[in-house]
Design a protein around this ligand. Structure first.
Ligand SMILES: *Cc1c(COP(=O)(O)O)cnc(C)c1O
Length: 428
């Protein structure tokens, strides 16, 4: 049978004959064994993507601090920690995950976020993390108080808002003056002076993060120009600035037909090519916080077609995954390539792929052309490794999906499917 040109994500997700494989296991084998909806991740894809990212910065002292919020499964964090990754956390809960995986990883943790609370600060100070990214004057004062109380020196950077527009969805653009993130870059000199006046705080870095799913690298370069100027100013004021945290945000090609590692390597090279020139001769250590670009294409959501139904001129495929499992289409109008686990004979069809949740916004694709597919067949929603499970909820009292990590011909359950008992456990 001739394979139609369907999207694939080698080395994780490719066709062998008419069957979709996750590395060396067919998607159908996985769903038979673990059920649906099922998140599946490819070890090879994760490893390769991390390595490609890391390699693109090998010319400069740097640390990759994987952004935990993109996918926070312990097994994935453990794998990245073993490869030498540090972590960017945005809550006490995420810090707890990292410490659970590897206590020693604390020294490679950066803590970001606009609403850190005292107990979260205490846990991070106690663990001895690498860097706090401070986002307001009030937060600075609270952190100074907590560090004094614990009598521990705390390394800090301010997350500055460079006022650089980035082409992305407005919900995930963060680098403009009117956004809640960071401090205005023009206020930075005063804030660093204020920080330096606190005995237990050490201002050692400058941080930025301008948004997510940014595919044009020019805004990253423009941001680094501004950061480099600030570093020079701060040094002239006597601050020992040794770290520049460039944040995350490198986008992936959700629409590509066959998005392979070469494509990724090319895009990361362009990214490092934009970040590095402005930092030349500064002699700083560069911190990078990629999330999506590492895990996004390494994961897919497998879902079974429950019903095919015709309403007037429209055909709906009702699948067993829903917006509570993967909210990106509903929340951002995001596009995901969707491919069948098994290519069947027959005419292609144009369908809306929707979930069982009681909201019209519960859809994965609208007016999408798919190869022939029968009820009971399985679909793979590609590029679901980032902001998929991490954003899952129990809406409609739906248990969260199971997660499986595939390594060659081995599949490991890394999060069991939730039960109704789990769902009700915290309530009375
Ligand atoms: C979300 C976030 C990231 C990761 O962004 P990606 O687009 O997934 O690479 C990095 N740093 C901070 C501060 C973030 O909030």
């Amino acid at each position: 049978m001739k394979t139609p040109s369907l999207s694939t994500r080698p080395p994780g997700f490719t066709y062998k004959g008419s069957s979709l494989f996750v590395e060396k296991i067919s998607a159908d084998t996985l769903t038979e064994r673990f059920g649906t909806p099922l998140y599946v991740y490819s070890t090879a894809a994760l490893r390769e993507r991390y390595a490609i990212f890391d390699r693109a910065f090998k010319r400069v002292p740097h640390s990759v601090c994987y952004s935990v919020k993109a996918n926070s499964n312990l097994s994935i964090l453990r794998m990245l920690a073993k490869m030498g990754s540090g972590f960017d956390v945005v809550s006490g809960g995420e810090l707890e995950r990292v410490l659970t995986v590897d206590r020693k990883a604390a020294k490679k943790v950066v803590f970001s976020g606009v609403g850190k609370q005292a107990p979260e600060m205490d846990a991070a100070i106690h663990a001895g993390i690498l860097l706090f990214n401070i986002e307001s004057e009030s937060e600075l004062e609270l952190l100074a108080e907590r560090s004094a109380k614990l009598r521990k020196k705390t390394r800090i950077a301010f997350r500055v808002n460079p006022d650089v527009p980035a082409e992305t969805h407005p919900y995930i653009s963060t680098g403009l003056r009117e956004h809640k993130f960071g401090v205005p870059i023009t206020d930075a000199p005063l804030l660093y002076a204020q920080a330096a006046s606190h005995k237990w705080l050490e201002p050692v870095g400058v941080s930025v993060h301008i948004g997510s799913q940014i595919t044009d690298v020019a805004p990253f370069g423009a941001t680094m120009e501004r950061v480099a100027n600030l570093v020079r100013n701060l040094r002239a004021q006597g601050h020992d600035i040794r770290l520049v945290d460039a944040g995350g945000g490198l986008g992936i090609t959700y629409r590509d037909g066959a998005s392979d590692l070469k494509t990724f390597e090319h895009s990361v090279r362009k990214y490092s090519g934009a970040l590095l020139p402005p930092l030349k001769n500064l002699g700083v250590q560069l911190l990078l916080e990629p999330g999506r670009s590492i895990v996004g294409p390494a994961g897919a959501l497998l879902t079974r077609v429950l019903y095919c139904k015709q309403n007037g001129r429209k055909t709906f495929l009702i699948v067993d995954a829903a917006m509570n499992d993967l909210i990106r289409p509903s929340l951002y109008g995001a596009h995901h390539e969707i491919v069948p686990a098994k290519i069947e004979k027959g005419a292609s069809m144009t369908v809306d792929i929707v979930g069982p949740v009681c909201e019209t916004g519960d859809f994965f694709a609208r007016d999408r052309e798919l190869p022939a597919l029968s009820e009971g067949g399985t679909l793979a929603i590609l590029d679901a490794g980032a902001y998929g499970m991490a954003l899952a909820s129990n809406y409609n009292t739906r248990p969260k999906a199971a997660e499986v990590l595939v390594d060659g011909s081995k599949a490991k359950l890394i999060r069991r499917r939730e039960t109704y008992k789990d769902l009700l456990a915290a309530e009375r």
